[in-house]
Design a protein around this ligand. Sequence first.
Ligand code: NDP
Length: 294
Amino acid sequence: MAEIIDGKAFAARVRAQVAEGVVALAERGIVPGLAVVLVGEDPASQVYVRSKGKLTIEVGMRSFEHRLPETTSEAELLNLIGKLNADPAVNGILVQLPLPDHLKSDMVINAIDPAKDVDGFHISNVGLLATGQKAMVPCTPLGCLMMLRDHLGSLAGLEAVVLGRSNIVGKPMAQLLLGDSCTVTVAHSRTRDLQQVCRRADILVAAVGRPQMVPGDWIKPGATVIDVGINRVVQEGGTRLVGDVDFDSAAAVAGAITPVPGGVGPMTIACLLANTLTATCRAHDLPEPQGLTA
Ligand code: NDP
């Protein structure tokens, strides 16, 4: 039976480490600030933004929330981002996605100062990560990397398969694993013989958004499985969250596995706070926190 990688406990440790970093900055009179911009009424986004704000304050940072109506124009949103870019009290800016259809996310994200882009989606940060330079790294893959390093130590030489090639998870995850000297395969909906590809993996990261798509017989015995998927399924009259991996059959084969919920999810917000701390240290030319960056 696989060891369960407890993302909830790990995330609590990361947040405690961030809080220590915030205390050290306070001695210099610096308080990191994170601005979250939410446009519209998407219920899931409202929940995320609330919990981000709560945890930001818990680690001792300032939280600035900007809730804008669904009808906000591009010019109004860009104007707000410009103000946040110029505000020295704001070290991190996150625009909650998805945006309403009339707003172009790429353009909006690329208007954020790359040094404050704590989501790591700005094209400059994407390029810096791809070329192995100091970047702001997307939170979900950063959390996965931290858990893998914590569990396996050095990742050098391991076969890693990333299932999914999105800009927010799959691609940056592959870059991070390459950066740690894994041999990386990125699989997607056009990949032939997914089972054989996945069975090669010492590290399997599943980020497809298909409930329980990866069964145990796709997994190499002893592999480390990171399940990024968050899928709500209807079951016995109610709903529950499941991952992209079929947990029970996978846990019988894998060496270690993250559960859903309680795996990657909590690490994502912890890494957002870690990125805000990193951005603050960089803005003040101070040493970066150890163990919280790629
Ligand atoms: P996207 O929908 O953007 O990307 C999904 C990827 O999976 C695509 O590359 C797609 O391939 C691939 N894919 C879809 N179906 C198949 C299939 N049948 N076989 C092989 N590959 C397939 O999703 P995201 O990357 O944004 O998210 C993935 C999952 O992770 C979702 O469940 C999401 O909710 C979750 N998530 C969780 C987070 C967390 O904090 N834990 C944060 C972000 C996401 P193709 O490109 O060919 O279409």
